[in-house]
Design a protein around this ligand. Structure first.
Ligand SMILES: Nc1ncnc2c1ncn2[C@@H]1O[C@H](COP(=O)(O)OP(=O)(O)OP(=O)(O)O)[C@@H](O)[C@H]1O
Length: 773
């Protein structure tokens, strides 16, 4: 993009005034405003292809709708939204059926200034070859298909792709490809509630259009245009490629500037048996779910790609509706066996699928469906496993790999490593792939792999919009700055960098802030999750404050007992969790999060943790807000990591308030580490901490993770190295200081012994929630 800008942005006449120097190279006053610019919602930066939308503009909704299809959302704070045109976003736009001319025309129409020439060129150069080549699966064979036979000849002459054509097959096959008129997705247009909403939106737009200037009318008309296409026929040409080389061909085509689109003409698939499945009439798809699905099924075929919706926004129902639309065999891959069972029960809840037609494949269950086709729900690890399998597991894998699937749903796509996807997508033959995730963030930068392993991003929801509509909770975010005590800070400066994180986590002022916030929110009636990656800190905080905690080594039965108490026992309102609680944790009772230690600058972890309160049960109570606090030790490196972590959420429109002093903290009775002696003792403990104490919980970030053989072995090895015991702590601390470790009996132990197991009936619990509104 910058290269285009450099070529084009020369010698433009800038209007100089007294403020011009403040804008430097970003002074775009030379661009002429259109006469009716006030009615147009956006600006296009001619240098970087960035698009700025005024959130207060009249047609912002239509502009956002269109931009979600053609551009990547970068940031969506309250008043200004920023998008970027990128090769990937334009690829996604073409894949949902937009032509380069439509993209340019619509952008130009909505822009306050004429479309910059270099942006026009950029769009044309990125899109002229997109959509020309498709990957199609027919009768379990893979074909490269194109309406242009010359394009295929070029590919056949390519040194990488040429040899991958299946020998002995016709060089180029020509067939007729019917194009379908507008498709009706079950549940999105058929159901009464949604139909009414759609009608209403349509009427509002027509009424508005009656009072528009010509330019506005254009915007309304073009954006309201349906995707309907005339029934037409055209010739398509194809050649067959070897099944195990699909990825090589896809990668090579991308290098040649011909990204391969995967499309499935499921209406005309007579080779695969149809599945009896429909959404139940009670299932009403929400507007954003409908929008995301319309990107997948835009031109009557199923396109492979990624749908990004925040935690708790209903990705499962999106997947189920996709399955009900395609009505062929479906395979679903999840991150844990817990979610495998959740997916199956959600299918039974939302659709009329016969329970015999949906089976699960986990280490404990190897069921098959009874009919000629059906649904299998399994986990990535079951399919990608490399070691020796049991006889039944082998049979099951054969059952899965020997057939052709209509749809593969990949849940939580950002979590599994790229090589696992590679294994899954290359061993299972499927016509279309749908990846679901809350964030496309990976700290290992492997996210771009998803683009050709699964497909482009088809839709990304706006978190703030969903919160406004009550689909996810509104969250108030705050960063609490905790000064280091003098003695801690002078030691902090001297310590080697690997010991510093423990110092900023165990900072006594941070401890006090956590204690105060827990007390404050418990009194408000909140249920609080405190996150600490460092296990030493997790145990120290929880023990001192007499709260329950769960980390990697907590056994399954104990985890369940603690979680159950947290949900239903009004005496257990705070739960300390290591990073194993970052994902998959469904605790809609939780309304407040406090983060005391985290994985450095991980934006993904920050977003996942916030996700734990987005589905708060009370989200639709009037005036309800959930709270997310990040406690940060002032003047330490943690400040830097903290701002890095927040970047993604800030881009989603969350504003982090900085709290430098917690009102009333000094009046809290029994404030921990309030005397110099206590603080000195704590400092001694930290200075003598061994390497194991510095470790973060690396037992995966899934609370319901069931360890396979390998991770069990790792677990044992870890245990042998770790020397973290109460005894060690007290030994180091000296006589009177033993109080620190032993004075409070662990809440977790209390729960284990059954003492705290006082499960209140739901009625009392919900009464408690409303009282403390
Ligand atoms: N259209 C809808 N109508 C009613 N309820 C819905 C709808 N869509 C989703 N839900 C409900 O919202 C809740 C969250 O849905 P789901 O578990 O699919 O979210 P998710 O996006 O997968 O979240 P996570 O990323 O945390 O797993 C569920 O209780 C689900 O039943």
């Amino acid at each position: 993009m910058e290269a285009y800008a450099a070529r084009r942005d020369t010698g433009q006449q800038r209007k100089q005034d007294s403020a011009s120097h403040l804008f430097g190279n970003n002074d775009f006053t030379w661009m002429n405003l259109k006469p009716d610019h006030a009615n147009r919602p956006m600006w296009i930066d001619p240098k970087k292809g960035r698009i700025i939308v005024e959130s207060f503009a009249k047609y912002k909704e239509q502009a956002l709708d269109f931009l979600t299809t053609v551009a990547e959302p970068l940031s969506r704070p309250k008043h200004i939204f920023e998008f970027a045109l990128t090769p990937h976003s334009l690829y996604a736009a073409v894949s949902v059926g937009l032509t380069p001319e439509e993209i340019i025309g619509n952008l130009d129409m909505m822009s306050k200034t004429p479309m910059p020439e270099n942006i026009r060129e950029f769009i044309l150069s990125c899109t002229h070859s997109y959509g020309k080549v498709k990957l199609v699966l027919k009768n379990t064979k893979h074909y490269i298909e194109s309406p242009d036979p010359q394009q295929l000849q070029k590919l056949l002459q390519d040194e990488v792709i040429g040899p991958l054509r299946v020998q002995g097959t016709e060089e180029i096959i020509t067939t007729i490809a019917p194009k379908l008129a507008g498709l009706v997705i079950p549940g999105t247009k058929n159901f009464a509630g949604v139909q009414q909403a759609t009608d209403l939106r349509g009427k509002e737009r027509v009424a508005e259009a009656a009072n528009e200037t010509p330019a506005q009318e254009d915007i309304v008309n073009i954006l309201n245009e349906d995707d309907e296409e005339e029934e037409s026929v055209e010739a398509v040409h194809s050649f067959e490629i070897q099944d195990d080389c699909v990825e090589i061909v896809q990668k090579r085509c991308l290098e040649l500037g011909l990204p391969v689109l995967e499309e499935y003409d499921f209406h005309n698939d007579k080779a695969n048996p149809s599945l009896e499945i429909d959404l139940k009439p009670s299932a009403q798809i929400r507007t954003y779910q409908e929008k995301s699905l319309s990107k997948m099924f835009g031109n009557g075929r199923a396109k492979s790609g990624l749908i990004v919706l925040p935690c708790g926004a209903g990705k499962t129902l999106v997947g189920i509706t996709a399955a009900c639309t395609i009505k062929k065999g479906v395979i679903i891959l999840c991150t844990s066996s817990m979610s495998v069972h959740q997916w199956r029960s959600e299918f039974l809840k939302w659709s009329n699928i016969n329970p015999n037609d949906i089976a699960v494949f986990t280490s404990d269950n190897k069921g098959k469906f009874s009919g000629s086709t059906g649904i299998i729900v399994t986990s990535y690890s079951m399919v990608a496993q490399t070691g020796k399998r049991s006889y039944e597991a082998n049979k099951m894998m054969e059952f899965i790999t020997k057939r052709e699937w209509g749809l593969m749903i990949l849940d939580e796509v950002h979590v599994a490593p790229a090589n696992v996807f590679r294994k899954v997508t290359s061993t299972i033959k499927t016509h279309s792939k749908l990846g679901l995730t809350a964030t496309l963030l990976r700290e290992d930068d492997k996210i771009s792999d998803l683009n050709f392993l699964i497909g482009p991003k088809l839709y990304e929801a706006n978190w703030m919009e969903l919160a406004e509509d009550g689909h996810i909770a509104r969250v108030q975010c705050a960063e609490v700055w905790c000064p280091m005590t003098t003695e801690f800070y002078s030691e902090y400066l001297k310590l080697p960098s690997k010991k510093k994180p423990l110092m900023w986590t165990m900072n006594p002022r941070k401890f006090q802030a956590a204690q105060f916030l827990i007390d404050y929110h418990e009194k408000r009636g909140d249920k609080i999750i405190v996150f600490a990656d460092n296990i030493f800190a997790l145990k120290a905080y929880a023990t001192k404050l007499n709260k329950a905690f769960i980390y990697g080594d907590t056994g399954n039965a104990e985890r369940m007992r603690i979680l159950e108490n947290f949900q239903h026992n009004d005496k257990i309102n705070t739960l300390f969790l290591s990073k194993i609680g970052d994902t998959s944790l469904d605790l809609p009772e939780a309304t407040c999060l406090i983060q005391i230690s985290s994985h450095y600058g991980s934006r993904r972890q920050e977003a996942q943790r916030l996700g734990r309160i987005l589905r708060a049960k009370r989200r639709n109570d009037e005036g309800f807000n959930a709270f997310f606090y990040s406690l940060v030790s002032k003047d330490t490196q943690e400040m830097f990591y903290s701002s890095k972590r927040q970047a993604f959420l800030v881009d989603q429109g969350y504003a982090f308030k900085v709290i430098t002093h917690l009102q009333g903290i000094d009046d809290l009775p029994d404030l921990a580490f309030n005397t110099p002696a206590e603080r000195r003792e704590l400092l001694q403990t930290i200075l003598l901490a061994n390497d194991a104490d510095l470790e973060l919980d690396d037992r995966g970030d899934d609370l319901f993770h069931t360890n396979d053989g390998k991770s069990q072995a790792m677990k044992k090895k870890k245990k042998a190295n770790a020397r973290r015991t109460a005894g060690a702590l007290s030994d180091l601390a000296g006589g009177q200081d033993m109080a620190y470790v032993e004075q409070n009996k662990s809440k977790s132990k209390e729960l284990k012994s059954g003492k705290g197991k006082d499960v209140y009936p739901d009625a009392i619990f919900s009464n408690l929630c409303t009282q403390n509104q």
